[in-house]
Design a protein around this ligand. Sequence first.
Ligand SMILES: Cc1ncc(COP(=O)(O)O)c(C=O)c1O
Length: 451
Amino acid sequence: MKRPYESPTISRHQGGITNKFGVGVSNRFQSEIEGFPISKLLQEYGTPLFVYSEKTLKKTYREMLDAFSLRYPKTRHAWSYKTNYLKAVCRSFHRLGSWAEVVSGMEYEMARANGVDPRFIVFNGPYKPYPVLKRALEDGAIVNLDSLDEYFEAEEIASQLRHPVKIGLRLNMSLGTHMSWDRYGFNIESGEALAAVKRILAGRKIRIEGIHAHIGTFVYDVQNYSTAITKLAEFATALKRDFGISLKYIDIGGGFASRNRLRGTYLSTADMIPSFDTYAEAICKPLLDGLTSVFHPEELPTLILESGRRMVDEAGMLISTVSSTKRMNSGTRGLVIDAGVNLLFTSFWYDHDVLPTSDHGYSNEDHVIFGPLCMQIDVIRPTVHLPHLEKGDSVIIKPAGAYNNTQWMQFINLRPNVVMISENGKVGLIRRAEDVAYLQERETIPEWLNG
Ligand SMILES: Cc1ncc(COP(=O)(O)O)c(C=O)c1O
């Protein structure tokens, strides 16, 4: 067979010495996950392949809960469905004790189907169609209202049900340190939030049970959390003092950064990402300080956390195989792999770690990694230092557990198998690879196109 032409370039490789930045040349690779050879996983389940580690997921959950409940014992975690709604992932969290956090009718039904008691489903988001809102309120879910329009509908639902319904209010606030998210909920500083409370009390059909704020995502400056929780505690205190409302929960949302590398950041991720203890200290201390002047210890509200990406990112990995290599005009070497932005949506904003799955020595050079789509934007890593991989070699891309298995798409290619490795070393298929029949199952041909 005639081999494809690849124009020659000369690049010097030296192993075992430091480069001009003083950094040792490394030979990084990962050939197994939880003791399972990656080559075997690929043989059995095909390529590309998503792999989840139950062990990592549980360890992360325990670290989070230990850090928070040590400082504020009444802490609960609500699993953010949008981050990953694979059943096996959701159920793993629920089995550990997580409630559910949903932002749509679809996610609400998923949580119900996963067996979550509606009283432990937190329903957020700016769009709750009337029937969906009605079902959630009737079920007794924890519904955090986003706007007055939603409130008026909730009031109408309470009239129909002939009993008061309970709600929470989503709040937003100025954080001082970065551009605050103000598109969700009611603003504290402008007086909008307090005005909403007064209107709700005057209506007498709705009981306010909690307040909620989700200040952003991948927030690694913990000062933002201290500011937010201080303002929420002040608000809760004012509700109790001025209106006799004793809140049942304060929900600080999600947003903790995962150990991934945001594009454009200078320092390495490990140096920047706060530990759970650091987040917990930033949140729990101001919360207790703020509440204990008016709340007795036994009536302190539950602190709800909705951390998504930090809880699952590291537990998920994507394995992909090189389908071709090329030499770009710039001299950089290019790899085309079988997983692109269709599967790894987060590669638009992260520089994921990409490692060969076998030892290829120390001779690294700069590469660009392309996905398989016939689209210019399908780039997994614009530059990454890798050894000389060839067609058929595979790489592991991580962390990949957050937002990819919800935002992925069957664009040009179908979605592959997803497996989970259990804590005691079993591999289970948790989502079967799609086929064309699955994709077209819902399509119909109008009668004029038949025949
Ligand atoms: C209301 C709410 N809660 C929780 C989350 C989870 O956020 P993260 O994955 O950043 O922790 C989100 C994500 O956008 C959200 O909108």
